[in-house]
Design a protein. Structure first.
Length: 170
């Protein structure tokens, strides 16, 4: 018996194999290694499993985060700049410390979006995405347009900035 000759049977088998997705339940990807969080992909997502943010039950960006790596438009910032860069998130307010100067702004998160959404306003509003894995915060923002990035990458010419931070104190 060939599925090519029985399209209805092939459709039913596919529906049975994908029962969780057909029922509207989110798919989950189990961690591949120790300390990797479980990730979810909305049923409507066209991205592969694991491409989305970790499942978030509660989340706090609050605290002080020190830069580990910063990439803008495909180029990494020099280590002497990165080592002095700190972000402080407190109650919707953001303070960025860079080269001995403090810059104040505000931020807003949306935990219902995938990837998780982050809007930052310092001089101009920028839209971004973020993910927190343990004590590591990864942020990708679009500096040129008002469109939100869809991946954690900052290739040349994209206008994206990718910042990786480590929590220094809660």
């Amino acid at each position: 018996m060939s599925f090519a000759r029985r399209p209805l049977l092939a459709l039913i088998c596919c529906a049975l194999l994908c029962g969780a997705m057909a029922a509207g339940e989110p798919r989950t990807m189990q961690p591949r290694f120790k300390d990797e969080p479980e990730c979810d992909v909305p049923v409507t997502s066209k991205r592969p499993m694991g491409a989305d943010s970790p499942i978030v039950k509660e989340l706090s960006l609050e605290g002080v985060w020190a830069a580990v790596s910063v990439e803008e438009g495909g180029e990494k910032l020099p280590e002497e700049i990165v080592k002095d860069l700190k972000f402080t998130f407190r109650a919707g307010k953001l303070r960025v410390q860079l080269l001995g100067k403090d810059i104040e702004g505000c931020y807003k998160v949306n935990l219902s979006k995938r990837p998780l959404a982050l809007d930052i306003t310092i001089y101009n509003p920028v839209k971004g995405i973020f993910v927190v894995r343990g004590n590591i915060l990864t942020i990708c923002v679009n500096d040129l347009t008002e469109t939100r990035p869809t991946t954690f990458a900052a290739p040349a010419g994209s206008g994206h900035s990718l910042v990786i931070l480590r929590r220094t104190n809660p």
